[in-house]
Each structure stands twice: as C-alpha cells, then as structure tokens.
Design a protein around this ligand. Structure first.
Ligand SMILES: NC(=O)c1ccc[n+]([C@@H]2O[C@H](COP(=O)([O-])OP(=O)(O)OC[C@H]3O[C@@H](n4cnc5c(N)ncnc54)[C@H](OP(=O)(O)O)[C@@H]3O)[C@@H](O)[C@H]2O)c1
Length: 272
C-alpha cells in the first residue's frame, strides 16, 4: 500500500469506556494520537468532553457519549456513535473499594459487579456486529481488570470477585473468537490487563486506603501496555517486561492465570 492510499483509508475506530478519567482517559489520548477515531464513554459529560477536546486539539478525532455501561440502552447509543465498523473496545469503566464482607453493603457489591462484569458483557455484545464487520486488520477487546482479578485480599471480597469475573469473561470470549476466526471470521484478540495500584481518581471514593503516588503506576503506563498489546497482540508479558517504560515497573504473567499469555499484569515494584 502506498503512503498516500494509506493516508486516505478510514481511521480505525475505538470505543473506550471509563474514558473521562484515569486509565480510560490515558488510553483514549494515546489512541487519539495514533489516529484512531475515539468514542469516549462514561457517566460524567464534563469529564468526557474535556478529554475529547484535548484529543481534538492535538489533531485527533474524538466524540464524547454520556453512557452508563450497566444500561443496555446507553451502551447501544455508545456503539451507534462508533458506526458500522469497530476495531477496538477497551472496557475501563469500573469502581472499587477496600472492604471486608462485614463492611460491604449489598448496593456497593452489586454496583461493583455490575459495572465490571455486566458492563463487559453489554459493551462487548453491542460492539460485536461492528467488530466483526470491520476489515481493517484484526479487532481487539481489552478488559481493564486488576491484580485483584487473581489475588485474594481480605478487603476485596466484592472488588476481587468483580475483577476476577471480568477476567474470566475475557478468557471465555477469547476462546469463542478463536473458534470464530478458524471458521473464517475476523481475528479479534482479547486481553485482560491487570494493573496494581494506579494513581487515578479511582481512589477518591475509597476512603479506606490512602495511596502514595510515588509507589503507584501512572495511568499512562497502563495505557502504554494497552497500546502495546494492540500493536503486538501475540507478544507476551516477558516481551513487554523487556520494553517497560521505567525500571520500577514490573510486567509479568498474572497468577493463577500464567498459562494465558493474553493476561498481563503491570504494577509498581512495591506492590505486594
Ligand atoms: N486505580 C487503580 O489502582 C486500579 C488498579 C487496578 C485496576 N483498576 C481498574 O482500572 C479501571 C479504570 O479505573 P481508574 O483507575 O482509571 O479509575 P477512574 O479514574 O475512577 O476511572 C473509572 C472510570 O469509570 C467510569 N465509570 C464508573 N462507573 C461507570 C458506569 N457505570 N458506566 C460508565 N462509566 C463508569 C468513571 O466515570 P463516571 O463516574 O463519570 O462514569 C471513571 O471515569 C477500573 O476498571 C478499575 O477497576 C484500577
């Protein structure tokens, strides 16, 4: 393909949930810079518009769509904004807490599961027709999971269950997409990215724990890994560890999911 014909080809399209802040915003910025048309989903319109405006100010294409990922009708609107062909879905919307079962109430338990797991299901299901329709190379579904997806901390009986289920969702989906591809369908890669503590607004609603930003990942470092798996979908945690953006970061397979190379953990070295 010549340079001029590639410049004229339609931009790849990405939908990013939780794109108004933190990891989702960092991913949206990176994809915007890479020439993707980025559809940003979340519940707070002001945050989404701000990130979309930043992307456009740098010459990128971005659209903000106010959408709650736990509501099918909102998710449909989000996917409609992407149009008939989609290349990347990043599900970063989420919420967390550090609570024992004695401290955790039903509403917090249900909402945490709903945004992580029902949100993963609804967004992927609604995205599938457009993900399958695009002919612009391989498609991608990225689930922003957590070290809590595989870990067992006594204050994560709610969050850990939610993020564990979100990761299992990614693994089952990946198996289906392999079947689909071997039957002639589009290759769609699925990754579960499992960060340790990241310095983001996530912690503003978790008064039970104070984070030290010096001992955290930065949102853009998680976005770096996500951009990396889009570029190198078959690369392993070991490959990314060799490219990590600063020495204090650890990139590795995530126990007990080590046998799946599409599950990659990233954390500050101080994370237990
Ligand atoms: N920060 C960490 O230490 C850490 C570590 C491991 C994994 N993670 C995971 O990383 C992901 C991103 O978190 P973050 O650290 O970037 O925190 P964040 O800045 O709080 O981002 C989470 C985003 O999700 C959106 N959101 C929450 N509920 C939603 C819903 N029902 N529908 C649509 N959007 C919703 C929030 O925006 P609105 O409130 O405006 O909707 C927010 O922009 C989460 O899945 C989290 O579990 C975070």
């Amino acid at each position: 393909m010549t340079q001029s014909s590639s410049a004229q080809s339609p931009a790849r399209v990405a939908v990013v949930t939780g794109a108004g802040s933190g990891i989702g915003a960092a991913v949206a910025r990176r994809l915007g810079k890479r020439g993707y048309r980025v559809i940003l989903g979340g519940r707070t319109p002001g945050n989404l518009s701000e990130v979309a405006a930043e992307i456009r100010a740098l010459g990128g294409q971005a659209e903000a769509v106010t959408a709650d990922v736990t509501l099918a009708s909102d998710v449909e609107r989000l996917m409609q904004a992407a149009g008939p062909e989609l290349d990347v879905l990043v599900h970063s919307a989420g919420q967390g807490h550090c609570l024992t079962i004695d401290e955790l109430d039903e509403e917090e338990f249900r909402t945490t599961l709903d945004v992580a797991v029902t949100g993963a299901f609804l967004t992927t299901k609604a995205a599938l027709p457009a993900l399958r329709a695009s002919t612009r190379g391989a498609g991608h579904v990225i689930q922003v999971c957590s070290l809590a997806s595989g870990g067992t901390w006594y204050k994560e009986v709610g969050y850990g269950v939610a993020k564990g289920a979100q990761l299992k969702f990614a693994l089952h989906l990946a198996e289906q997409f392999k079947q689909d591809a071997s039957a002639g369908g589009r290759t769609i890669y699925v990754h579960g990215i499992c960060p340790g503590t990241v310095d983001t607004p996530f912690w503003a609603r978790v008064p039970q724990r104070t984070i030290d930003p010096q001992l955290c990942l930065r949102a853009d470092e998680v976005a770096w890994l996500i951009e990396g798996v889009l570029d190198q979908p078959l690369a392993t945690a070991e490959d990314f560890a060799a490219q990590k953006p600063r020495p204090e970061i650890v990139v590795k397979r995530h126990a007990p999911f080590e046998r799946w190379s599409n599950v990659i953990a990233i954390a500050h070295e101080s994370h237990p």
